[in-house]
Design a protein around this ligand. Sequence first.
Ligand code: CA
Ligand code: CA
Ligand code: CA
Length: 611
Amino acid sequence: MHKIVKILLTVMVSFLLLIQCTPTSDPVKADIMYFLLIDRFVDGDPKNNWGTNPRSYQPYDGSNPEALKAYQGGDLLGVTNSLDSLKTLGISMIWISPFIDNSNTDYVGWWPYHGYHPIDFYKVDEHFGTLEDLKNLVDEAHLRDMKIIFDMPFNQTAADHPWIDDESKKNWFHADEQGKPFAITDWQNQDQIERGELHGLPDLAQENVDVSNYLFEVSKYWIEETGCDGFRLDAVKHAPISFWKNYTKQIRELAGKDFLLFGEVFWGEAWRIEPYDNIGFDYLFDIPGYYAIRNTFNKGAGLGDFSRFYEINSAKLPNTSFATLIDNHDVARFNVDLEDKAWEKQLLALGWLMTAPGLPVIYSGTEIGMKGYSVDEVSSESQDYLNRLPYPQSFSNEQILRRKEFIKLTNLRSNHGALSHGEFRELYKDWSIYAYIRTQGEENILTCLNNASTQEFISIPIPQGMAVSQTHKIYGEGVIRHEEAELLLRLPPNAMSVWAFEGEISSDLPTWVGFTDRLSSDYQVKELYYIDRDESVNQLQVAGDFSNWTAGDYSTSRIGDSLLIEVPLKPGRYHYKLILNGDTWIADPHAAESTTDPYGGTNSIMVVSSP
Ligand SMILES: [Ca+2]
Ligand SMILES: [Ca+2]
Ligand SMILES: [Ca+2]
């Protein structure tokens, strides 16, 4: 080969290698998002609290929960006034609830303080301020290098939207064959889910090109007026996928690739999210992950099930980047039902969020441990009231301390690029301990979560292809010693410990490792049984909130006509079902207690008391 050609080739190869090796410079992945309901956050201007209707504002004083059905006075100026405080908290991106003008009257006793009952898509609601306030919020955020994400409710309108009585807009709404709107009654039927009325509100027909053009023009208006950084699209599963594909493409062409699109597909199961895996959103909210986090860190499910969940999820949804969460305004707060150690458990769950792949989304109040309240899981009756309390206008000493602890977590993520951008690899998992590594370039971070209520001592074998020379603790109170072939760890209860280390991680190391069947002493082994007189059952399994509703790997045996299964559980109250022959899900005939499940069947309930 000619020498010059050779040199040229070498240069080209090095150049290509350089391109390949440059870490992906996606600035978004380092973001931490804060979600707030404008009305429940900070009242910057008391003059707008009544809007156009004096009944719309009823301040909550802690003793009058009915007042929570009305506006509480929070507004856009309140958000702007809080930007410095949110910046200090480590927040770089704020998702605000819809500011779009909402109905000026109540709807079956509830005022649309949450913003999801639009009556004029081109106006700012009078309770939240003016167009100037909105522009000012975006400008002030940008001055602080923060992003503002708008919440766009495009599935429905307010019940008293003027289009309802407009004959020319008749085909702007979904209806049945008789031309009448209908409720969603079958949550397995996608056609109903898209065309039926959500919470009884008029359902927009996005497949009508006039409607989809209108929604695009509305989006264009807000982008061009304000220069906001992205949209969170509400109720994605309630509109056709074809609409979203076209919409995301149009917005991308209009606003460029850096404009962020977050889709809310509220399904707890990865397979139901699969159809939305690649339809143009930058992020989908990790609702399945929310359930897994809650089941693991709130209810004490084993880390083996937790890991298996992520393994299945990433295989099913290879194209999806997730916006991760431990709770939000549509569910009970994470700390509900956790009387003892609620804050420690919540910090541990947040620790996972801050050290795991994804874009962490923090629901306003989480950073100070605002208390949530139990929700009837079937009727969901009380959640609006009790998990959307007004944000405190001044902090207690306890809240100040919690805020400081939360800031340590956001700093941890912001200061270590490997935590937001790095490769994820498991190192070890047992019932209570989860150890994993994030790697980017020279930076290696080891995180150990101890979900046991006891201090744990473990030794983790160092696999082939990994070397550890120096460790530096960057978070928590754990202690580590590295030897030739193993890591020796002491991990405090209900806590995360994180180390940066020098060494090597071969790119051949697998992402997922085998499960170590080691129980911490806060587990008790419960025995469930099924009597199989006609010997028609050759396999008994169990699934419940303690196993993320997948059939866990538990030890089974048969004694005479009884099939037995041993389930390790921590003290708590659990919902579960037995599974016969791998596919027949039944309530436990011997359960002391049961309840209806969200699909109209029966879940058994088991209570494990403290020893
Ligand atoms: Ca106000
Ligand atoms: Ca209004
Ligand atoms: Ca719909």
